[in-house]
Design a protein around this ligand. Structure first.
Ligand code: ADP
Ligand code: MG
Length: 256
């Protein structure tokens, strides 16, 4: 079982009218791996995530998660039963709640039926919230949000909100996270926090990652393996070293 990839996608196809957004792409993520997905704008990366995560139905292809065929499952079912989560390019947080509350609620997403059990009264509820707060504080520290943990999320910068969203995804103990451009539009100091948070979740909690990212320095730094898409097709796949030396990749994406 441990030798099986955590995610295995075969022959994925998705067209929008005449546009072949994803054209017969196969890709796997090994258990415990941080894998990168790169390519020019419009090369089909986000569409690939949409199909893999159950947001959109592909016209062809199969998706296996942790050995189970989940093709056709909804986004919610994949998140809840499959424990595969994805981020979107747009950042969403609970603005009125503070940083710690955002994470505690995220931790309840798939276990108990929501807010009532989180903030209900009684010894069980209190013990449960305390355990979640402890987990939340670990991620808050790594994400560099400790000093602002009691501030409303809506008052923080866009970059800090991205970090809250990322830390929230770690709370319900996912097996695999699909990240769509987690560093886009944030400053270098916060990029470092995102990188550290990804490493921490990977090393300490064994979370696997598939990461779409344009910052090539970050991708080559954190990923063991990189897959390159171009015009909906897989152009190359290999170690960071192999990818930056690959002539076809340089021409299509890295600017010669
Ligand atoms: P990337 O994330 O690599 O920039 P996308 O997956 O967003 O690429 O887009 C791949 C191609 O599919 C583009 O040509 C884009 O215009 C098209 N596309 C993506 N989503 C839709 C949609 N909902 N409707 C129509 N065309 C789409
Ligand atoms: Mg995209």
């Amino acid at each position: 079982m441990t030798g099986l990839p955590i995610l295995e996608i075969s022959g994925l196809n998705k067209s929008y009218g005449a546009v072949r957004a994803v054209d017969d792409v196969s890709l796997h993520v090994n258990r415990g791996e941080i894998c990168g997905l790169i390519g020019p704008n419009g090369s089909g990366k986000s569409t690939f995530f949409d199909c893999a995560s159950g947001l959109t139905k592909p016209q062809a292809g199969t998706v296996k998660l942790d050995g189970q065929d989940i093709t056709g499952w909804s986004l919610n079912r994949i998140a809840r039963e499959g424990r595969m989560l994805r981020s979107f390019q747009k950042t969403v947080v609970f603005s009125a709640l503070d940083v710690e509350e955002n994470l505690v609620i995220a931790g309840q997403m798939f276990t108990f039926p929501g807010l009532w059990s989180t903030f209900g009264i009684g010894a069980m509820a209190r013990a449960r919230v305390e355990a979640l707060r402890e987990r939340a504080r670990e991620f808050i520290k790594i994400a560099g949000l400790w000093d602002v943990r009691h501030q409303p999320a809506g008052k923080l910068s866009g970059g800090q909100q991205k970090l809250i969203q990322f830390a929230s995804m770690l709370m319900p103990e996912p097996k695999l996270i699909l990240l769509d451009e987690p560093m886009a539009g944030i400053n270098p100091k916060l990029i470092e926090r995102v990188v550290e948070s990804i490493r921490f979740a990977n090393q300490k909690f064994g979370v696997s990652f598939l990461v779409i990212e344009h910052n090539i320095d970050v991708v080559t730094d954190i990923c063991e393996r990189i897959v390159v898409l171009d015009q909906g097709r897989k152009l190359a796949e290999g170690t960071p070293d192999e990818i930056v030396r690959n002539q076809a990749v340089r021409e299509a994406y890295l600017g010669g």
